[in-house]
Each structure stands twice: as structure tokens, then as C-alpha cells.
Ligand binder design. Structure first.
Ligand SMILES: [Zn+2]
Length: 101
């Protein structure tokens, strides 16, 4: 049985750093001490998938862990929203809402 490591491989890590030199969080310019965020919890996914990794500074990581903030669905640099925001993945529920206005 293949062992799938929890940590991203060195290759995944460099690819991620090349694609996202900054924090994935829109408006966050932190470029040092970034954590690699597991978009899907390890206990759920049992895989470290390149597509499921975002980079986040410790401040935003903290907001996510403590206050339930999350990146809006998508890829690359994007908004990071509080749990009561309609764009929060928990509120989106797989259903596309029409844009306001
Ligand atoms: Zn940040």
C-alpha cells in the first residue's frame, strides 16, 4: 500500500511558490512565513493534492482556525471572507447565487 505523505512534495512546494509568490488572500501582501493551507482537511482527504493547497500567512491562518474565515471558492489570489459572508464556501452550498445588482 502506497504511503501518501501529509506534506506537499518539494516539487509541489516549488510549483506553488512559483504560482503564488504571495499569500493567496486577496489584499494580503505577506510573502514570508507563509503556511500551506490544506483546503480539504487531512482527515477527510488523506491526500496532499496540489489543487487543494493555498498559501496563507499566519494571521489569515489564525482567522480561519479561530473565526471560521475562508477563501472564496476558486483558484489563485482571491477574497478571504468571514463565515457570515454569502461568498463563504459554507454559505455557497454549491449553488451559484446571482451577482448583486
Ligand atoms: Zn495574510
Amino acid at each position: 500500500m502506497a504511503h501518501l505523505g501529509r506534506r506537499p512534495t518539494a516539487h509541489q512546494r516549488s510549483a506553488l511558490e512559483w504560482l503564488n509568490p504571495e499569500s493567496t488572500v486577496l489584499g494580503c501582501g505577506v510573502v514570508s512565513r507563509l503556511e500551506i493551507d490544506h483546503r480539504v482537511d487531512w482527515a477527510t482527504s488523506h491526500l496532499t493534492l496540489f489543487d487543494l493547497l493555498d498559501r496563507m500567512c499566519d494571521h489569515h491562518q489564525w482567522l480561519k482556525t479561530i473565526d471560521g474565515w475562508a477563501l472564496v471558492p476558486g483558484r489563485g489570489k482571491r477574497a478571504f471572507v468571514p463565515p457570515d459572508d454569502p461568498r463563504h464556501p459554507r454559505n455557497a452550498g454549491g449553488e451559484q447565487r446571482p451577482p448583486p445588482g
